[in-house]
Design a protein around this ligand. Sequence first.
Ligand code: F0G
Length: 459
Amino acid sequence: MKAYKSKVVSPIRLPDREEREANLKQAGYNVFNLDSEGVFVDLLTDSGTGTMSESQWAAMMVGDEAYAGSESFDRLREAVSDVMGFERILPAHQGRGAENVLYGALVEDGDYVPNNTHFDTTRAHIANNGAKPVDCPHEGALDGDRAFAGDLDVERVRELADEVGEERIPAVLLTITNNSLAGQPVSVENVREAREVADELDATFVIDACRFAENAYFVREREDEFAGESVADVAREQLSYADALVMSGKKDGLANVGGFVALRDDPDLDDVHAEARERAILYEGFTTYGGMAGRDLEAMAVGLREAVEESYIADRVGQVQRLGDLLAERDVPVQRPTGGHAVYVNAAEFLPDVPREQFPGQALVCDLYREGAVRGVELGSFAFPDTDRPELVRLSLPRRTYGADHLEHVAETFEKVAERRDAGDISGLEIVEEPEMAELRHFSAELRPVGEKEAPTAN
Ligand code: F0G
């Protein structure tokens, strides 16, 4: 049950079918090109799209906009210390800014960086600094009902070290929850194992803590050792093993923008801190604001504390589970158990007649918009060309934003898509135009239904 009520509302509108059809065409069958005004339920991402509390808005009014030594920075530092247990922070404009600051200080040309699974921007920043990102999830992690499918396979990290030499592995990363692996959680036992392997390799142990509160909730619910503990205590415990954190405040910071790097106050990390500080000033801004307004530092400071409140987090994860249940009841193939922030649908199974080369995930995303102005995102062969990732569509729930009737609308939209599928009315898509960088093509490529020869009209 929601432990809040609405005080500020934002009107949304369900465009009629004709308009939706025209919008889709105009967008080149790429939902990143849609105007949000034409979207009824927006499940594109949970990043920066949530609703802030009255306490966050109130805190924004006392934001100290000083360039150096801002009081708002002190309040953020206190919140990070209380909630996450880290004393040294470098704010950044968002998570990827923090990644650039830290990974540029940690890795060099020719290095290898293992992670349970790299999120796109993590992968890009590691690669951009000359190192090779290596995904080390457990083989077949998503098969069956694993309680902690997001875990890092530490044996694979050891094998990598044997192969490339441990001096080539400057850092071991752990992303909680594991966004690129269906948002699945990571156990504290696995955090401890990751710490151990990092020690063996004399590597820095970094946690990507974007969804640390959601992960802590799963740990409390599923890992015996933590039964009955508070999510706030588990949150600190799981992070206590890391040398450094990378954080996007747009997720479990419950803010619309912002992020930071946090470093343990340990003399062994002084060099990394010094280099990261320089990079922060160069790329983000002075170290007491890091590309954020003082008011945004305030919003994130309050948001971090709210993220580990029991009433908030139970409702948050519960809502994602409810959406998963609503879809499963309608025979939509969803990843079970559901993750913390999103429901992942296997589009290849849902649309078996659309071949992989015609992007079943993107076809499903387009039809969800066509049938109900619902916007999800494809995370299959369209977003990740030349990989063998499953054809997933992600439906991410913004925090504290939608209600039960919106979830019902999404479920009903799936029913309509299933009817069109059964009538043989859903066609695959082909790419008409794509950018040079294949990794970024899903943000801007244009497509058309297979067989349709008309030129795209976007932009
Ligand atoms: N790490 C993880 C695990 C993420 O999920 C994201 C963002 C980032 C880093 C980068 O943070 O967006 O603040 O720069 N994920 C968003 C998503 C974009 O939709 O999953 P950012």
